[in-house]
Design a protein around this ligand. Structure first.
Ligand code: 3HC
Length: 403
């Protein structure tokens, strides 16, 4: 099926970013939100991305005008009536998502694909609200959508093979990299990234190191930005939503660090409202020390040691759980982390990192972290099986990959 026109519901940072990507590929796109102010804000964000390209000489002003003409803002579902594919990018509330999909089904052509950009909610549950559930699929972009190459394609239980193939072809036509992911909470990348971010938050609240030092250490490891800068960019509200979904599905090993909930409660949402772990708007102030002290008094945990491994091993362990559950192949897991989070290219992805360290060393270190920091580090069963079969990584020439 060829997509001649697409739509996006929700003109926030992700929705606008996705609409920019679609228009950039040369396809007309309808961008909808509930009121004109939000629509205008979204269109303003798209214009800013194009203007950046013009300023850098990557595009002429007239090319920018051509691209902007492909974007139509609206507050009405009726404008989706000739769209072949619509991506929903509203906030993470199942009730709201159900309403959106029911509205879409009323106006869209029978053959149209209804996609969700949800970060972690169940695609099958979203699809359960509509009749044409075989046309519902997850098409999950990464922030900032204009830059990040990866797009996860997640079929729900009801999704037809044809819909999956069409979604993959559509993502390729946007010059992005599609990775098919088996449905699970957080899908693939968020399921690995959130425990990493969460571990940074535990280290911070336990006084292991200040946020800027942790960020610096992770940049030195090779990540494009530190975990706190990333939490602030994603939004502490978004991260709280995703954390809750992960905890609900995977239990205690995904329990969010208390500081994340406190940040959300105290409206320190990050870049979007001028203050998160860092301050972006000089009119906003607020020392996090009293909050950290209160958390330490409540948990009785402070002064734990910080090391970059503490964060990276969370990612590696969750990657191993994902592999065991066939969420994706080893090479897709690594590729997704490179293209979706900027995981350092020279390290090849978390599973290649594990192979380089040695799976036996990874297991021993996870056991040590488990004793020292908590059972959230309990090694994934597959890691122990690999050690028992001498799949130790590069040193025995076989691990997650063959050498
Ligand atoms: N919108 C559009 N373009 C942007 C942008 C934005 N918000 N931010 C940066 N860019 C562009 C810049 O204009 C620049 O373009 P150029 O190459 O044409 O000059 C390019 O990206 C590089 O930007 P910078 O030089 O300013 O800075 P960096 O090299 O540090 O890159 C970054 C910025 C791309 C954000 C990089 O730091 C990065 O990859 N960070 C990791 C982001 C990440 O992990 N994203 C995934 C989060 S998880 C998620 O989104 C899932 C959700 O469900 C929660």
């Amino acid at each position: 099926m060829f997509i001649y026109k697409a739509g996006v519901v929700g003109a926030g940072a992700m929705g606008a970013g996705i609409a920019q990507v679609i228009s950039f590929s040369g396809l007309p796109v309808v961008l909808k939100d509930t009121d004109q102010e939000r629509v205008d804000k979204g269109i303003g964000m798209i214009r800013k991305v194009y203007q950046g390209r013009v300023d850098k000489g990557k595009m002429t002003a007239s090319e920018m005008d051509q691209k902007m003409k492909l974007v139509m803002g609206t507050t009405s579902y009726d404008d989706f009536k000739d769209c072949d594919l619509v991506i929903e990018a509203v906030f993470e509330n199942m009730k709201v998502k159900h309403q959106v999909f029911q509205e879409l089904e009323k106006v869209l052509p029978e053959t149209a694909i209804m996609a969700s950009n949800t970060s972690a909610l169940s695609i099958s549950q979203i699809a359960s609200a509509v009749k044409k559930s075989d046309k519902v699929i997850g098409i999950h972009f990464f922030n900032p959508a204009p830059v990040m190459k990866l797009v996860e394609v997640i079929p729900g239980l009801q999704t037809s093979t044809e819909t999956v193939d069409d979604a993959v072809a559509f993502v390729e036509s946007l010059r992005k990299m599609p990775v098919r992911v088996k449905e699970c909470a957080g899908f693939l990348v968020n399921r690995l990234l959130l425990p990493y971010l969460n571990e940074a938050a535990y280290a911070f609240q336990e006084g292991s190191a200040p946020a800027d030092e942790i960020d610096k250490a992770m940049r030195a490891f090779g990540m494009p930005m530190g975990p706190f800068a990333l939490l602030d960019m994603l939004g502490l509200d978004v991260c709280a939503d995703v954390s809750m979904i992960l905890y609900d599905s995977f239990g205690p090993r995904m329990k969010a660090a208390e500081i994340l909930g406190e940040m959300h409660k105290n409206n320190r949402l990050g870049v979007k409202n001028g203050i998160g772990f860092y301050v972006y708007d000089e009119s906003k102030t607020g020392d996090l020390k009293p909050t950290v002290d209160a958390i330490q008094a409540k948990t009785g945990i402070k002064g734990t040691p910080f090391s970059p491994e503490r964060l990276v091993f969370q990612m590696i362990n969750e990657a191993a759980f994902c592999l065991e559950e066939n969420v994706a192949s080893p090479s897709d897991i690594d590729l997704a982390m490179l293209a979706g989070t900027g995981y350092p290219q020279d390290k090849g992805g978390p599973l290649h990192t594990a192979d380089a360290i040695g799976i036996d060393v990874v297991v021993e270190k996870l056991k040590e972290f488990s004793k020292q920091l908590g059972p959230r580090f309990w090694p994934a069963p597959i890691l122990k099986r690999m050690v028992s079969a001498n799949y130790l990584g590069q040193k025995t020439k076989r691990g997650f990959f063959n050498y």
